[in-house]
Design a protein around this ligand. Structure first.
Ligand SMILES: Cc1cc2nc3c(=O)[nH]c(=O)nc-3n(C[C@H](O)[C@H](O)[C@H](O)COP(=O)(O)OP(=O)(O)OC[C@H]3O[C@@H](n4cnc5c(N)ncnc54)[C@H](O)[C@@H]3O)c2cc1C
Length: 306
């Protein structure tokens, strides 16, 4: 059976939409890249389970969240892109410090919800423009906080359609990642914070946002930090290494480096993904030549070159 025939068969059994050749440009912060061969936005868990159980093919599967940390190549993604739909955006309070969040909830919403319920420990989420699923995958964080510090458990599903509960204590988190397998889609997560008064929480959020405003550009097409800070090799931050290596004014086509934060690479509106990738490669090359330090990507590149 062809992919098209399989999709047609599945489509008859579910209410969620499955689309072909779906352009991914609007689904990522760079506004770059080609189309997904198959794009599936499950509205609910039943449809997702059914899809994963019945869609067996050699095509790769990739889940995306808010697209604030992905560079989609110009040739698009020759596989299935899954983006969780409306029933994955629930938020609820279990007890005084515990919150359950759907994976497609935006981090800012989670932070707002914690504030409304006087729960501290979620303030850092207000500065991260992704979704809860993406934040778990990336162990996102800032100002000494990250997801691993408040996560209790994750409800997930593997690409074969098996739902699994994962306890945070069994997961090895590290800076911007973990040992969680790639073939897992996070569905929801339970987090624990602590009761605090709203004014203190609000102040902390404002301070974080203020610090971000001072150090990071806004209103631009970027995916935030391009490279991880090479913590094991130097105490210097990536932006310092980029500056030291004279890369901060580098440009390829419409891809350039923000002059406010040298680890933020930007699409000026005319860039292609190839421009961005070439800029990334050039910076890597220059930095290793000048400092001996090999930079690792923080953002995720997906898809095929044209
Ligand atoms: C302006 C700006 C500022 C930023 N500041 C910070 C910061 O301070 N700290 C920080 O850590 N990051 C920061 N980021 C990066 C980014 O916001 C985070 O990495 C974010 O958590 C990514 O979430 P997302 O939903 O956008 O994921 P996406 O970009 O859509 O995907 C990122 C990865 O997560 C995976 N993923 C997404 N959803 C799921 C899911 N449901 N299940 C399993 N895997 C999933 C994807 O497969 C991919 O591998 C910034 C980005 C921008 C644009």
């Amino acid at each position: 059976m062809t992919v098209e025939e399989k999709i047609e068969k599945i489509s008859k059994k579910i209410s969620s939409k499955i689309l072909f050749d779906y352009n991914l440009k609007k689904l990522n912060w760079f506004n770059l890249g080609g189309s997904a061969k198959v794009f599936f936005k499950p509205d609910n868990l039943n449809d997702l389970v059914l899809f994963l159980k019945e869609f067996s093919s050699n095509l790769p599967i990739k889940v995306i969240g808010a697209g604030s940390n992905i560079l989609v190549r110009d040739g698009g993604f020759n596989g299935v892109i899954i983006k969780l739909g409306k029933n994955f955006s629930h938020l609820s309070k279990l007890d005084n410090g515990t919150i359950v969040s759907g994976a497609s909830v935006l981090d800012k919403k989670l932070s707002d919800f914690a504030l409304e319920n006087s729960i501290g420990g979620f303030e850092f989420f207000s500065c991260i423009p992704g979704s809860v699923g993406g934040a778990i995958r990336m162990n996102s964080g800032c100002y000494q906080f990250d997801v691993s510090k408040c996560l209790i458990s994750i409800q997930s599903i593997d690409y074969k359609g098996n739902v699994k509960l994962l306890m945070s204590k069994d997961i090895k988190f590290h800076y911007r990642g973990s040992n969680l397998p790639d073939d897992l889609i996070f569905l929801s997560a339970t987090f624990r914070g602590m009761q605090n008064d709203k004014i203190t929480i609000q102040k902390k959020i404002e301070n974080f946002i203020e610090s971000k405003k001072k150090s990071q550009p806004s209103q631009i097409k970027t995916c935030g930090s391009t490279f991880k800070n090479p913590l094991e090799q130097t105490t210097k931050k990536v932006w310092e290494l980029i500056k030291e290596s004279d890369c901060n004014k580098m440009k390829v086509g419409g891809a350039y480096i923000s002059d406010k934060h040298f680890n933020f690479f930007v699409n000026d509106g005319t860039a292609t993904s190839l421009d961005m990738e070439l800029l990334i490669e050039k910076v890597k090359e220059k930095v290793i030549k000048k400092t001996g330090i090999k930079l690792d990507l923080e953002l995720q590149i997906i898809g095929e070159k044209n």
